[in-house]
Design a protein around this ligand. Structure first.
Ligand code: CTP
Length: 412
């Protein structure tokens, strides 16, 4: 495979030499694209000697435009890997700025992009940088998270470029032929539901939709035809085949049930309201009384109904549910798995400040047919990847147990 390795000016630039070597050892061809400041940390000759290819440092070198280089490289690469990626390049590519060879290549290529950020801890935590990272995630850019530890600038914290073998492994994972999800129809629900009380008030919850969005984005990258049924949230959904916007549990119920039969996998990551007001007031309620009682009724259990359908028909999509718990997590999640007849429950302790609602990280336990497995705290993108690894495994096992009932041969 042909990989463009973008190198930016940071102390981690020396590790990019190891990355180039690692990729070559695994049989890939590497074209190095260095920013002007990267060339102050490591000489282009070093990369040239290793990759045996001319290193691109300037888009305006004489001769380069005879074969508009960034365009021909852009259309021939299988992956653009930027390691180390500074706050500067992250800001540029998140905003479509193309003012040097590397940022122009990013704008010009349709190849998948993998970014390994490296910067000072404070810079990594800066709100503008976080926003740029969010923008890139929502556009399908993948990341190799920086490590924690002693930084060259003397700080201790998160920001150090990931180790070169970790970057090489992540690049290889992106290049590997797509697995069992390719071509499958997969429906994901995400976000909260809002249950209207009157024209201006509603009962909602703190779900941001990030976990479900991460799953939908990752499933699309693995080649699934993804339908995302999203509740009201301000987070940008990932680019997937179909996004259906809903507001209430009743609307989500209707949307999911209408499409479930066409799906091979349904993942219910939404935080569906369990109760909704019996009546929505037509006019804004006034504060005439000292106390107020709003009568609520149970909403339909969407996942529970899908499980019931499965029992009734003996078929249907593979079902994955979430269990948001504040205590006794595994026992309660196992009970939900049995009650709702689902294949896999992803349980999370939402009482933790660093996991669950409205944060970028999650700590989950899988409760599946083979028992339980707890994952360490990690980004929702990585948790999404782990969930889909499980789904792929379950899907393959299920397909082996239940051979297709009838085939269609359309070639006659
Ligand atoms: N769920 C659903 N429909 C509902 C409520 C929940 O499909 N009306 C789904 C959620 O999307 C999740 C799973 O069921 O995948 C479990 O949700 P959770 O809120 O943890 O559990 P509940 O079934 O609502 O039970 P309880 O609130 O009593 O813990």
């Amino acid at each position: 495979m042909l990989i463009a390795l973008g190198v930016c000016g940071g102390i981690g630039a020396y590790k990019a030499v190891e990355v180039a070597r690692g990729l070559q050892k695994r049989g890939h061809d590497v074209i190095t694209v260095m920013t002007q400041s990267a060339a102050r940390f490591v000489g282009p000759i070093t990369f040239e000697a290793i990759t045996r290819r001319r290193v691109i440092t300037n888009q305006f070198d004489p001769g380069v435009n005879a074969d508009i280089e960034h365009i021909s490289v852009a259309s021939s690469i299988d992956l653009l890997l930027i390691a180390p990626a500074t706050a500067n390049i992250i800001g540029k590519i998140a905003n479509g700025i193309a003012d040097d060879a590397l940022s122009t290549l990013f704008v010009a290529t349709r190849a998948p992009v993998l970014v390994a950020p490296a910067m000072n801890t404070q810079m990594f935590a800066n709100e503008a940088v976080r926003r740029n990272l969010d923008t890139l995630v929502s556009r399908g850019v993948r990341f190799v998270e920086p490590g924690e530890g002693y930084l060259a600038c003397g700080w201790i914290g998160k920001g150090r470029l990931a180790e070169s073998d970790e970057i090489v492994a992540a690049a290889e994972a992106m290049l590997r032929p797509q697995g069992p999800l390719r071509g499958l129809r997969l429906l994901v629900t995400a976000g909260p539901t809002f249950e209207d009380v009157d024209p201006v008030r509603y009962i909602g919850n703190r779900s941001s939709g990030r976990m479900g969005f991460a799953i939908a984005g990752e499933a699309a990258r693995r080649g699934a035809a993804v339908t995302l049924v999203a509740g009201p949230t301000s987070v940008e959904p990932p680019p997937v085949a179909d996004v259906v916007r809903v507001r209430s549990a009743a609307e989500m119920h209707q949307a999911v049930l209408a499409m479930a039969d066409e799906q091979q996998v349904v993942i219910m990551a939404a935080a569906v309201a369990d109760y909704a007001p019996v009546e929505r007031q037509a006019q804004k309620m006034t504060k005439d009384n000292e106390s107020l009682t709003i009568v609520l009724k149970k909403t339909p259990d969407i996942l529970g109904e899908l499980g019931q359908r499965r029992i009734a028909t003996g078929g249907g999509p593979l079902l994955v549910g979430f269990a948001a718990e504040t205590e006794d997590v595994v026992r309660r999640a196992s009970a939900k798995r049995e009650q709702k007849h689902v294949d896999l429950i992803v349980a999370n302790d939402v009482s933790r400040a660093d996991a669950g609602f409205d944060v970028d990280t999650n700590a989950v336990t899988f409760v599946g047919p083979e028992g339980t497995e707890t994952l360490p705290l990690q980004s929702k993108t990585r948790v999404a990847s782990a969930i889909l690894d499980r789904v792929e495994k379950l899907f393959v096992e299920r397909a082996a147990e239940r051979p297709a009932k009838a085939g269609h041969y359309d070639g006659r």
